[in-house]
Design a protein around this ligand. Sequence first.
Ligand SMILES: [Zn+2]
Length: 121
Amino acid sequence: MDVAHTKAFQQKLEGQRADLLAQIAQQRGGTASRADMAAEHFAHNEDSDAQVSTARDLEFAINEHETAELGAIDAALMRLTAGTYGHCIDCGATIPNARLNAAPDAARCIGCQEKTEHNHP
Ligand SMILES: [Zn+2]
């Protein structure tokens, strides 16, 4: 991959990373205040524990998804620095630019990605 392409993908990944961090910050604030509201609303209700734990489960699920995405972006930025970006981490094949344009944090070629998804449904 040439320098111009590498730079373009790096900018794309850094943009995605910034967006994701902003989104996480916003969601953490939003979810926390919803959980507080629920706690207050159900404070004198026998179902309060169930309601609050649902809000917390939701917050946990959101964080887990975004943390995984952030990890994929960070890993891609590390591959850019190491000079291995654009190569499949499993078989070493070149990942087509079209695939990287659609998913700049793609770590595998389509064949290996499919195998991975079959192994971990
Ligand atoms: Zn591969």
